[in-house]
Design a protein around this ligand. Structure first.
Ligand code: BGC
Length: 758
C-alpha cells in the first residue's frame, strides 16, 4: 500500500474529492494512481475517451460501445446465482480491457413501491434474494481486478426528491428489510467500494450518516472505500468525520479549500483526514493488480454471454391451453410499435451503447412462415389514439390463429430521476389488447418494461410473457421463447399487484414535502400481501414453464448451526426445463412479531423430461435471526419453525416443522420500565419476576400458590396475563403503597446482579 506519509497536506486535501466526473486524484510522487470509475450495473458505460473526459453522469451523452445486459429486474428474475456471477464477469472483462478500475454497481435497493423510477435497475423486494444475487455479481466482477461499488447505501427507494427526501424508518425495518441485502453482499463479497445514497435517513444525509456509516464500519467491519453518489455530499467535513472517503464527482474548485479551512479552524484534525485517506490507498493497492496490458475484448463473444443470461430472465406469467410455444408454420399476427422501437434497457446512468443490439422483428420475419404471418403497428409509441391502427389489428386478429402483442413502457415512462405516477401501460396499448382479445382466443402479450404494470385484460388473453428489459439479446431471446427454443424459467422477484391501492406503501409513497414515512414497516412486498391476505395479480416468485415440476420428500434436519434441507424436484412434463424452488420459513415461536413467512433459501435446477434431482441446501440459524431493537443487534431465538418449499409466495407445496432449542436473548439491564413479563421471560431474572408476583399477590391478599384466584373470581392465569405488561415503576401505586420504592429498587438491583453477576 502507498505510504500515507509520502502525501503532503495539499495532496491529502485534494484526494478526498474526485479529479473530475469519473477519476480520483492521482499522486504519482507518492505512488498513488488515479482510479477510473464507470457506470454501470448492466454493462459498461464508459464516457472517457482517448482525449480525456467526455460525457455526463445522467446518461444524456454517448459512451463507448459495450455489451448491454438485462437490467436488475430481469437479472433477479433468473433466480440464478451463476448467471449473476456471469453478468459481473462480462462487465469485468470489458472494464479491465478499458482500464476501468471501479464499476458503479450493483444497484441493490429494495423495491418498496412498484412506482419507483429505478425499479428496473434494482433487483427485488426481498433482502435475502438481493443479498445472494448481489454477492454473486460482485464476485464475478471483482475476479477481474475491477472493483464493484455497491449502491445506493442506503434507503434510496424512490426518485421523487431523491436528493433531499428524509426517509423515516424504524430501526428493525431498516436492518431486516433495507440493510440486510447490503450486509450479506458487503460482508461476503467485499466490494472495493460502497456508494452512499442521495437521500437523508432519519434526519442525516446518507453521505454523512453516523448511523449508516457506523453500521458499515463498526458492525460489518467494512475496510473498503466509501464514495458518495454523484453530488450527494451536503457537508464534506461531516462526511469525512462520519466515514466517507471520496466525494464524487470531483469538486476540486471548492472542496479542498473547505477542508483546508476546517483543518486550520480545528473542526477537522489531520488524524481524521488521514483516517479518511487510508481506504483510498487500499483501493489503489487493489487496482494496481489489474494487468497493465489487458486482454482485448471480443464484443461478439460477449454477446453470446449476454444471450445466455437473457435466456433465463423472462417470466412466463400465464399460458392457457399451452398456447405457447408457437409452431413456426402457424398463422400469427405480430402487433406492436415496440417491435420497431424495442425497449431493452433503462434510462439514466445505466444507459448503454449496445454494439450488438438484436431486433425482434427481423428475427421473427426470418423465423416464421412469411406467407402465414403478418406485422402490424397497433398503437403509437406516444400513445396518440389511432382508430385505424386498432381496426387493422382487429381485422388481422380475426384471420390469424394466434396474435402476439408487443407492449410495455416506452422510455419516458420510467427512468432514473423520476417515479411513475401510476402502474398502467399506455392507454392505447390496453385498448389494443382488449380489442384483439375480443375477437381471438389465442392472444399472447409480450411485455417490455422495468417494473410491474396493471393488466386490465389479464383474463381475456391466453398467455403473458413478462420479458422485462433483457438487454441487447432482446431480438434473439424473445423469438426463441415464442418458438420454444428457450423454455422460460424466470420467476418474479417482485409482486405484481392488482391495483396501485393494494401496494404496501400506497399511503406513504412518495411522501410529502421533504419527508417519507416507511409506515408499512417490515411488511414490504409479499410480506404485506401475505399478512393482509390480499391476492396479488402475480405473486413474488411466480413463473411458469413449458413443462411442469413436482416437489417431493421435503426433509429438514437441524444441526448445531443450520437447517439441512433436502427435497426432490421432478420434471413431470415433456420438455427440458429449469425450476427455481423457494424455501420460506415461518417463525412459529411467537417470540417476536414477524411477517407470516420469509424467503431464506432458493435453488435453481435444470431437468430433462421425467428426470428428478435432489436439492440440498442449508439455512444457517443466523438467517433466522431478527433484529432486536432493545439490544440493537440481531438475535437468533430458535423455537418452532416451519420450512415451506414453494414454487412461488402463493404456490406453497410442502411443509416441514422443526422445534429448535430456544435461545434466550441476552438479558438487558433492568430498570423501572422493565415489565414483569420481561423479567419472567428471562431465565436470569425469572426468580425476581416471581418474587414480585408473590409480593403483589400478598398485597392483594391472594395465595399465589393456589389456583383459586382472586376474590373477584379471576383465576391465576388471568391475573398473570394482566400483570405481564406491568412496568416495575407502577408497582408502588398498583399495590396502593404496600410495595414501596425501596423494595422496588432492591428488586431492580438484585435482577441486574443476576444478569451480570459481579
Ligand atoms: C446515480 C448513480 C450513478 C452516478 C454516476 C448518479 O446520478 O444515482 O447510480 O452511478 O450518477 O453516473
Amino acid at each position: 500500500m502507498a505510504d500515507l506519509k509520502k502525501l503532503t497536506i495539499d495532496d491529502k486535501i485534494r484526494i478526498i474529492t474526485g479529479l473530475d466526473t469519473w477519476h480520483t486524484v492521482g499522486v504519482p510522487a507518492a505512488d498513488v494512481k488515479s482510479i477510473l470509475m464507470s457506470d454501470g450495473p448492466h454493462g459498461l458505460r464508459l464516457q472517457v475517451n482517448e482525449d480525456g473526459q467526455t460525457g455526463d453522469n445522467l446518461g444524456f451523452n454517448g459512451s463507448a460501445p459495450a455489451t448491454a445486459l438485462p437490467t436488475g429486474s430481469a437479472l433477479a428474475s433468473t433466480w440464478n446465482r451463476e448467471l449473476l456471477s456471469k453478468t459481473g464477469d462480462v462487465i469485468g472483462r470489458e472494464a479491465a480491457a478499458h482500464h476501468v478500475n471501479v464499476v458503479l454497481g450493483p444497484a441493490v435497493n429494495i423495491k418498496r413501491s412498484p412506482l419507483g423510477g429505478r425499479n428496473f435497475e434494482y433487483y427485488a423486494e426481498d433482502p435475502y434474494l438481493v443479498g445472494e444475487l448481489a454477492t454473486a455479481y460482485i464476485n464475478g466482477l471483482q475476479a477481474h481486478h475491477v472493483g464493484a461499488s455497491i449502491k445506493h447505501f442506503a434507503l434510496n427507494n424512490q426518485e421523487t426528491r431523491r436528493m433531499n427526501v428524509n426517509v423515516h424508518v424504524d430501526e428493525r425495518t431498516m436492518h431486516e428489510i433495507y440493510l440486510a441485502g447490503f450486509k450479506k453482499a458487503i460482508t461476503t463479497a467485499k466490494p472495493w467500494t460502497v456508494m452512499t445514497a442521495y437521500n437523508r435517513v432519519n434526519g442525516e444525509y446518507a453521505s454523512n450518516s453516523h448511523v449508516l456509516l457506523d453500521i458499515l464500519h463498526k458492525d460489518w467491519g467494512y475496510q473498503g472505500a466509501v464514495i458518495s453518489d454523484w453530488t450527494a455530499v451536503d457537508d464534506i467535513i461531516a462526511s469525512l468525520k462520519a466515514g466517507l472517503n471520496i466525494e464524487m464527482p470531483g469538486n476540486q474548485a471548492v472542496t479542498p479549500a473547505i477542508v483546508k479551512r476546517a483543518l486550520a479552524e480545528g473542526t477537522l484534525t489531520e488524524a481524521q483526514l488521514d483516517a479518511a485517506i487510508v481506504p483510498i490507498l487500499r483501493l489503489v493497492e487493489k487496482a494496481e493488480l489489474q494487468p497493465k496490458t489487458p486482454v482485448p475484448i471480443d464484443l461478439a463473444q460477449q454477446a453470446q454471454a449476454a444471450y445466455e443470461i437473457a435466456s433465463e430472465t423472462s417470466v412466463l406469467l400465464k399460458n392457457e391451453d399451452a398456447v405457447l410455444p408457437i409452431d413456426k408454420d402457424e398463422s400469427v399476427a405480430f402487433i406492436g410499435a415496440m417491435l420497431d422501437q424495442p425497449r431493452f434497457q433503462g434510462g439514466g446512468s445505466s444507459h448503454i451503447n449496445a454494439k450488438y443490439l438484436t431486433l425482434i422483428k427481423p428475427t421473427l420475419a426470418t423465423t416464421f412462415n412469411e406467407a402465414k404471418s403478418q406485422f402490424l403497428t397497433g398503437y403509437h409509441m406516444d400513445d396518440t389514439p389511432d382508430e385505424q391502427l386498432i381496426a387493422e389489428a382487429v381485422a388481422a386478429a380475426k384471420v390469424h390463429r394466434k396474435v402476439v402483442v408487443f407492449a410495455g413502457l416506452p422510455d419516458k415512462y420510467e427512468s432514473e430521476g423520476f417515479d411513475r405516477k401510476d402502474l398502467d401501460l399506455p392507454s392505447q396499448q390496453n385498448r389494443l389488447i382488449s380489442a384483439v382479445s375480443a375477437v381471438n382466443d389465442h392472444v399472447i402479450v409480450v411485455l417490455n418494461n422495468g417494473a410491474p404494470v396493471t393488466m386490465p385484460w389479464v383474463d381475456d388473453v391466453a398467455a403473458i410473457i413478462e420479458a422485462y428489459l433483457p438487454g441487447q439479446a432482446i431480438g434473439q431471446v424473445i423469438p426463441d421463447i415464442l418458438t420454444g427454443k428457450i423454455n422460460p424459467s424466470g420467476k418474479l422477484a417482485e409482486t405484481f399487484p392488482q391495483k396501485l391501492s393494494d401496494t404496501p406503501s400506497y399511503l406513504n409513497f412518495p411522501g410529502s414535502i421533504n419527508d417519507v414515512y416507511y409506515g408499512e414497516g417490515l411488511y414490504v412486498g409479499y410480506r404485506y400481501y401475505d399478512a393482509k391476505a390480499i391476492p396479488p395479480l402475480f405473486a413474488f416468485g411466480h413463473g411458469l414453464s413449458y413443462t411442469t415440476f413436482a416437489y417431493h420428500d421435503l426433509t429438514v434436519t437441524p444441526t448445531n448451526d443450520c437447517l439441512q434441507i433436502t427435497a426432490t424436484v421432478q420434471n413431470t412434463g415433456h420438455v427440458a426445463g429449469k425450476e427455481s424452488v423457494q424455501f420460506y420459513v415461518s417463525d412459529d415461536s411467537n417470540q417476536v412479531s414477524c411477517p407470516p413467512k420469509e424467503l431464506k433459501q432458493f435453488a435453481k435446477v435444470a431437468l430433462q423430461p421425467g428426470e428428478q434431482t435432489t436439492v440440498q441446501v442449508e439455512i444457517p440459524f443466523t438467517e433466522l435471526a431478527h433484529y432486536d431493537i432493545d439490544a440493537h443487534a440481531w438475535q437468533y431465538t430458535g423455537g418452532p419453525q416451519t420450512v415451506i418449499m414453494a414454487a412461488s409466495a402463493t404456490d406453497l407445496r410442502l411443509r416441514a416443522t422443526v422445534d429448535l432449542p430456544v435461545v434466550a436473548a441476552p438479558a438487558l439491564p433492568v430498570n423501572i420500565h422493565t415489565t414483569i413479563g420481561q423479567l419472567l421471560a428471562n431465565e436470569a431474572t425469572k426468580a425476581i419476576g416471581m418474587q414480585i408476583i408473590n409480593g403483589l399477590a400478598k398485597a392483594f391478599g391472594m395465595d399465589p400458590t393456589s389456583d383459586e384466584g382472586s376474590s373477584a373470581g379471576f383465576d391465576q392465569a388471568t391475573v398473570l396475563a394482566m400483570l405481564n405488561d406491568l412496568p416495575i415503576r407502577a408497582l408502588a401505586s398498583f399495590s396502593a403503597g404496600a410495595i414501596n420504592e425501596h423494595t422496588i429498587q432492591a428488586w431492580i438491583d438484585q435482577a441486574n446482579q443476576q444478569i451480570t453477576p459481579k
